[in-house]
Design a protein around this ligand. Structure first.
Ligand SMILES: Nc1ncnc2c1ncn2[C@@H]1O[C@H](COP(=O)(O)OP(=O)(O)OP(=O)(O)O)[C@@H](O)[C@H]1O
Length: 268
C-alpha cells in the first residue's frame, strides 16, 4: 500500500507544484493521474521515488517512510519502484535484451553490472518478460531499430524485471498513435492485475484512462480536484479540473462498446 500524506513541493523558483496531496493507493490498484499541463502530475510521480525531493509531507510504501530514508536506503527502495517513461529512456545502441536486463542493475554487484554479466536467472526472467510483452523475437535487435510501441514494451519489461512493488508511469502513451496507446495501456493494466501491482499512471488522455483504470485522480494547480471512479467523470468534473470547454468528445461514454478487447498481440 502506498500512502501520500500532505505531500507538498515548492520549487526554488517559488512554483507551488504540489500542495497537501493526501492519497492512499491499495496494493494492486491502478490509478490514473490527470490534470492540465503544470498541474503537478510529473512532480507527484517524481516525489514518490524522490527524483524530486518533497518540501514537506511523507510517502509511505508498505510501512516504510520513503521520505525519511538515507541515500543507501533510498537506493534500495527505488528498486521496488519501477518507472516507465514517456520517451522510453532506453539505451539506443544496446539490444532489447540488454535494455531489459539493465532493470537489474540495482541488484547485481558493481563488477557484474560493469561487465554486464547478469545471473542466468535474470536472463531467464528477461526472456519470459519479453515473451509476455510480445517482443521475444526481437531480443537481439538494437533499441534504435524499434517502433515507439515496441520501445515502450521494452520499457515495461525493464521496469518489471526489477520485481517492483509499485509502478510509476509517466505519460506512457504521449508519443504513440491511438491504437498503440490502447495496447500499451492495456498491457500495463493486465500486468499489474497479474502481479497484484499498484501503479500510478500520469496520463493526459482522459478517455484512455477511463477505458482501463479503476480510479482517476485529478490534480489542479497542485491540489486534489477529483478522486473517483471512471464512471464518475462528467462534464462538471472536467470543468473543475481543466476549466470551461466543450467536453463532449473528451469523455468516454462508459456504455460504449469496447471495440478492441483482444489481448495485446505481439508486434513483430
Ligand atoms: N524543475 C523545476 N523547477 C521549477 N519549477 C518546476 C520544475 N518542474 C516543474 N516545475 C513547475 O511545477 C509545476 C508543476 O509541473 P509538473 O511538470 O509537475 O506538471 P505536469 O502536470 O506534469 O505538467 P505536464 O502535463 O505539462 O507534464 C509547474 O508550474 C512547473 O512550471
Amino acid at each position: 500500500m502506498l500512502q501520500l500524506n500532505k505531500l507538498t513541493k515548492t520549487y526554488r523558483t517559488g512554483d507551488k507544484a504540489l500542495q497537501d496531496v493526501t492519497l492512499t493507493i491499495p496494493k494492486g490498484q491502478v490509478l490514473a493521474l490527470i490534470g492540465p499541463s503544470g498541474a503537478g502530475k510529473s512532480t507527484l510521480i517524481r516525489c514518490i521515488n524522490r527524483l524530486v525531493e518533497p518540501t514537506s509531507g511523507s510517502v509511505i510504501l508498505d510501512g516504510t517512510d520513503v521520505t525519511a530514508l538515507s541515500s543507501g536506503g533510498l537506493r534500495k527502495m527505488r528498486r521496488q519502484m519501477g518507472m516507465i517513461f514517456q520517451e522510453y529512456a532506453l539505451v539506443e545502441r544496446l539490444t532489447v535484451m540488454e535494455n531489459v536486463l539493465s532493470g537489474r542493475l540495482g541488484y547485481v554487484g558493481f563488477w557484474r553490472s560493469f561487465l554486464r554479466k547478469y545471473p542466468q536467472s535474470d536472463v531467464d526472467e528477461a526472456f519470459r518478460l519479453l515473451d509476455r510483452v510480445g517482443l521475444l523475437a526481437m531480443a537481439d535487435k538494437r533499441a534504435d531499430e524499434l517502433s515507439g510501441g515496441q520501445r515502450q514494451r521494452v520499457g515495461i519489461a525493464r521496469a518489471l524485471i526489477q520485481n517492483p512493488r509499485l509502478l510509476l508511469v509517466d505519460e506512457p502513451t504521449a508519443s504513440l498513435d491511438p491504437k498503440t496507446s490502447r495496447q500499451i495501456m492495456r498491457l500495463i493494466c493486465e500486468l499489474c492485475a497479474e502481479r497484484d501491482l499498484a501503479a500510478v499512471i500520469n496520463i493526459h488522455d482522459v478517455a484512455l484512462a477511463q477505458m482501463f483504470v479503476e480510479r482517476i485522480v485529478g490534480l489542479k494547480a497542485g491540489e486534489l480536484a477529483f478522486d473517483g471512479k471512471p464512471t464518475e467523470m462528467s462534464d462538471e468534473v472536467l470543468t473543475t479540473i481543466y476549466g470551461e470547454e466543450d467536453w463532449h468528445a473528451t469523455i468516454r461514454d462508459v456504455d460504449d462498446e469496447e471495440e478492441d478487447t483482444v489481448a495485446v498481440e505481439p508486434v513483430l
